[in-house]
Ligand binder design. Structure first.
Ligand code: AMP
Ligand code: MG
Length: 395
């Protein structure tokens, strides 16, 4: 079955989401929890902030006493409990993060006052309640701060730390088998004959799997024969997900689909209207999902990123899988033949200008290496002008 890019992606998300098995969890120290997927909701162990506090260096005052003059009656520092209450007509010097003394309802900034000895004058009007962070305004004790199924970023680590989560329960990484196929492949440390190529896809794929939160397991190269391919597929099916590279095109020795069909596979699609990567295959065999990624390195990379990555993320316990799209502004016109969604190597400058990187087709990894994004040309549209914005998929 041939699908559009959008339908193919929705198909992957729908099928995988519906069949995520019960996942194993592990407890890891907070410092090791970055990029892991939270397995249990994380709650606040106390109100955040835990008391009313100042968000500026300045003076705690009563709005009713303003504009003063006020008598400076003491100070309270961050890390100190506020002991002395504020009496009418007084100000207490206060530092950022310090507790608001009882009786104070406003903070004025140190930059906005004049002090003479122990007397304070306000140089500009103040609004009652300003520069105070109220107890519990960010979260209440017991409240869920982070839902299970979130991949933890640096802000999550700060949230977990501030609420006392020294260890974190996360989902085990899904094991992702990577099975390269092709009679032409040799190892990276071999000296290939001109008709041979080095097996580079396993390196890029393994890294893509890691970035997606999976644990890659690289299998030996399956030669383009049914028995050998079948043997290695059966071995690979002990993993949680199977990624095959190569052997899914229409060539006589592209045996992957036949072998999978013999093993009883169900195919959700075997062609997607994209370039590179049209012959990409997605299905399920013996309770495992598999992708047959076309072997040309650019196709392998793009099809993993736009389709297979979602499966790794969902099997890793993530609630959602989001493609990292951004917008770039074309510096030159762009046109393509409609019908396929194209993902072409491009460079996005720091200011959002988008320039194509010249490339020679799906095997041109040096061009993809020079790129920092793929521009995404909609299958329905033919022409873009210089200055038009275009979506890009960040690399
Ligand atoms: P295939 O999808 O099997 O028709 O492979 C298409 C082309 O991709 C082959 O001719 C190889 O040059 C290249 N290729 C396939 N597998 C790999 C791999 N593991 N590493 C690098 N290149 C590959
Ligand atoms: Mg092949």
């Amino acid at each position: 079955m041939t699908l559009t890019f959008r339908d193919a992606r929705e198909c992957v998300v729908r099928e995988v989401s519906a069949r995520v098995p019960v996942l194993f969890t592990e407890e890891v120290p907070l410092a090791a929890a970055g990029s892991r997927v939270l397995a249990l909701p994380a709650t606040a162990d106390r109100d955040l902030p835990a008391l009313d506090r100042s968000v500026r260096d300045g003076f705690a005052v009563r709005a009713a006493d303003l504009p003063g003059p006020l008598k400076i009656a003491g100070e309270v520092r961050a890390g100190e409990a506020a002991l002395a209450p504020l009496h009418p007509g007084e100000a207490i010097e206060i530092m950022t993060g310090a507790p608001l003394p009882a009786g104070a309802d406003t903070v004025v900034m140190v930059e906005h006052v004049t002090r003479q000895e122990a007397t304070l004058h306000l140089d500009r009007p103040a609004t009652k309640g300003q520069f105070i962070s109220r107890r519990g305004e960010e979260a209440r004790a017991g409240q869920v701060l982070i839902e299970a199924g979130k991949r933890l970023d640096s802000s999550d680590l700060a949230v977990l730390a501030s609420s006392g989560h020294a260890t974190v329960s996360v989902f085990a990484r899904p094991r992702v088998a990577i099975l390269p196929t092709g009679d032409e492949l040799v190892d990276v440390d071999a000296v290939p004959h001109p008709h041979q190529v080095r097996n580079s896809n396993v390196y890029s794929l393994a890294r893509q799997v890691e970035v997606a939160g999976g644990s890659p397991e690289i299998l030996p190269v399956a030669r383009d024969r049914e028995e050998h391919t079948r043997e290695l597929i059966e071995r690979a099916l002990t993993a949680d997900l199977l990624l095959l590279s190569g052997g899914v095109s229409a060539g006589k020795y592209d045996v992957v689909e036949r072998v999978l069909a013999d093993l009883g596979a169900e195919f959700y699609f075997d062609r997607v209207k994209i370039q590179p990567g049209q012959p990409v295959v997605f299905g399920r065999v013996r309770d495992r999902f598999f992708f047959g990624l076309p072997g040309n390195p650019g196709s392998t990379m793009v099809t993993f990123e736009i389709l297979a990555r979602a499966a790794v993320e969902l099997l890793g316990g993530q609630r959602e899988s989001v493609l990292p799209f951004a917008l770039g502004r074309l510096t030159e016109p762009f046109h393509h033949k409609p019908g396929l969604t194209r993902f072409l190597p491009a460079r996005l400058s720091g200011m959002g200008d988008l320039v194509r990187v010249p490339w020679h087709g799906s095997s041109d990894m040096p061009a993809i290496s020079r790129a920092n994004a793929f521009l995404v040309a909609d299958a329905e549209r033919e022409q873009w002008n210089a200055g038009d914005t275009m979506p890009v998929l960040l690399k």
